[in-house]
Ligand binder design. Structure first.
Ligand SMILES: Cc1ncc(C[n+]2csc(CCOP(=O)(O)OP(=O)(O)O)c2C)c(N)n1
Ligand SMILES: [Mg+2]
Length: 326
């Protein structure tokens, strides 16, 4: 695994955060099956090492722009589990008072500028956040997650090109899970490594095993340090794999079994567990972490289930939609 010298306590923290996201997502899947979630869901299970490896270097005042597959990004950036779950359930105690739902969670207190369901739309938003940092002269950074599919959008070119010209402190994190819905990466682009595209904009580009949290952690550390020192943006491609289909209704039959098996063997949480055991952490300690995580997700779910739906009288509050004239 990348960075064999990282303190085991830090690795334990990263492991626990990934496990929280995994258990949280499994719970969302379960309650979706009980018809308790309005709309659809895009689960992050399998990709936890990316959000955790990146966000572990971000402070509360650093910015983050997320995607339709964003629950893991929010949690890794420090959002509360209970309010995140409440938002997914469309409840009043959710981050957007239940009016955003799964794909639009924002928490400005943690620098979480929001998620967008429009593929690739977050990229220029992160560039804008980077410009704001530069104009204000602070040491903040803006991180932006997006998929392999999004890297074929015009916004990718425009957003990264501007950030490069103006040397903005932005991390462009491509979560390459090999598919955009059912379309394989190789059907949609010639290059094997999306990081290669960085050369076209004159910025550093690096491709890493996105299921290895230590590897993601290591490359992000360098990119964040460079950005804070005025060295401009970096494109980091994290190769990863979703454990489930694109969205709730997708059984993902288009993925060959041997490919699925190989990626599941390379699961980020399995990897970090093995690494922790190798470094002398006991199985009992790992079991304690699992129990703690499970309890935290139980509590968050209970909170969200007990939270009321927003009152219909507040339908026009906190939204951009205009009320019709009486
Ligand atoms: C502009 C736009 N085009 C198409 C869609 C429909 N759509 C939703 S998710 C998705 C695939 C995105 O793939 P990728 O960027 O690789 O992210 P992933 O779902 O794999 O995390 C598509 C095409 C959309 N939401 N927005
Ligand atoms: Mg994808």
């Amino acid at each position: 695994m990348g960075n064999p010298h990282l303190d085991p306590d830090r690795l334990l923290e990263l492991h626990e955060k990934m496990l929280i996201i995994r258990v949280f997502e499994e719970r969302v899947f379960e309650i979706y099956g009980q018809n308790l979630v309005p709309g659809t869901i895009h689960l992050y299970a399998g990709e936890e090492a990316v959000a955790v490896g990146v966000c572990s270097h971000l402070h509360d005042d650093d910015y983050l722009v997320s995607t339709h597959r964003g629950h893991g990004h929010c949690i890794a950036k420090g959002a509360r589990l209970d309010r995140t779950m409440a938002e997914i359930l469309g409840k009043k105690d959710g981050y957007c008072k239940g009016k955003g739902g799964s794909m639009h969670i924002a928490d400005f207190s943690k620098g979480m500028l929001g998620a967008t369901a429009v593929v690739g739309a977050g990229i220029p938003i992160a560039t804008g956040a980077g410009l704001s940092i530069k104009l204000r002269g602070t040491k903040q950074v803006a991180a932006c997650f997006f998929g392999d599919g999004a890297s074929n959008q015009g916004t990718f070119h425009e957003g990264i090109n501007l950030a490069a010209i103006w040397r903005l402190p932005v991390l462009f994190i491509c979560e390459n899970n090999l598919y955009a819905m059912g379309t394989r990466q190789s059907q949609a682009m010639i290059v094997a490594d999306i990081a290669e595209r960085a050369h076209a904009y004159g910025i550093p580009g690096v491709s890493v095993n996105g299921n290895d949290v230590l590897e993601v952690y290591r490359v992000t550390e360098e990119a964040v340090a460079r950005a804070r020192e005025g060295g401009g943006p970096t494109l980091i491609e994290c190769k990863t794999y979703r454990r489930m289909g694109h969205s709730r209704m997708d059984p993902a039959h288009y993925r060959p079994k041997d490919e699925v098996d190989e990626w599941f063997r390379n699961d980020p949480i399995r990897r970090s567990e093995k690494e922790l055991l190798r470094r002398g952490i006991s199985s009992a300690e790992l079991a304690n972490i699992k129990a703690r995580v499970s309890k935290a997700v139980d509590d968050a779910t209970e909170f969200a289930l007990n939270s009321p739906f927003p009152n219909v009288k507040e339908a026009y509050e906190g939204v951009y939609a205009r009320k019709e004239r009486e």
